[in-house]
Design a protein around this ligand. Sequence first.
Ligand SMILES: C[S@@+](CC[C@H](N)C(=O)[O-])C[C@H]1O[C@@H](n2cnc3c(N)ncnc32)[C@H](O)[C@@H]1O
Length: 252
Amino acid sequence: MVAADPSLFYTGLVADAYAPLRSTVPDPEPYERFVRRYGEPALELGCGTGDPLLALRAAGLDVVGLDSSADMLERCRAAALARGIEVELVHQTMQAMNLDRRFRSIYLAGPTFQLLVEPDACHRALVAIGRHLEPDGRALVPLFVPEPEPPDAIGRWREHTASDGSVLRVAVLHDDHRVDERLQHRLLRYERVVDGDLVDSVEQVWSLRWFAPGEFAELVAQAALEVDVVLAEGGHPTSPDSPAGAFVLRHP
Ligand SMILES: C[S@@+](CC[C@H](N)C(=O)[O-])C[C@H]1O[C@@H](n2cnc3c(N)ncnc32)[C@H](O)[C@@H]1O
């Protein structure tokens, strides 16, 4: 199982289902603190439908959003309009981004970097981050080590019923969790049900990679950046060789 183009996973029915079905909404506080500490302008990579980007904009911070999915950005634009928030959105991939300007803070709000399953894409994304980072700026890349889907959760629907009674739902049909390769490919099925009828469905592979101890720090060095600090859950500094944590990067 290999996804066609991982940067286009969040389109169509998947983009419709993303916000209603996500298991957690990112808390804006750590990202707001990061931008206040390292400065503006800031750039959120993989901003999707706008969490936490729009909360930071509402708090008055100068933050631009970038995402590879036009469908996610359309939903972000609509959410911004509904909340009366002005926001600049860029439709590019983080590995090929070219914004003609630099930022004091660049961050990913969650482990979106791990959607870059190809090593070359990781390298190009880190090089692009370096190219867009002010000399004294910082970039924040959160990483985690995923667990396999529990067998009893395979095929189980997670659903959301809208106010008009229509249902959006998603289930993991198959989980290919390759510890040796540090790669996970999950076959997901999304459905939309209206008045009891299945009106739309799609099956797509969602892939994620993770890093061996020291591997991410090595990739960072290959992109001519360095790890400033890694924060473990709870905000305590941990080893730069850790496979998980909030990695704060800077120019050497
Ligand atoms: C898990 S979602 C997070 C979305 C956002 N935090 C939200 O609340 O809507 C990941 C986002 O990253 C985007 N994405 C995936 N690969 C990308 C890439 N290579 N470059 C830029 N964005 C990417 C997806 O389109 C999606 O919107």
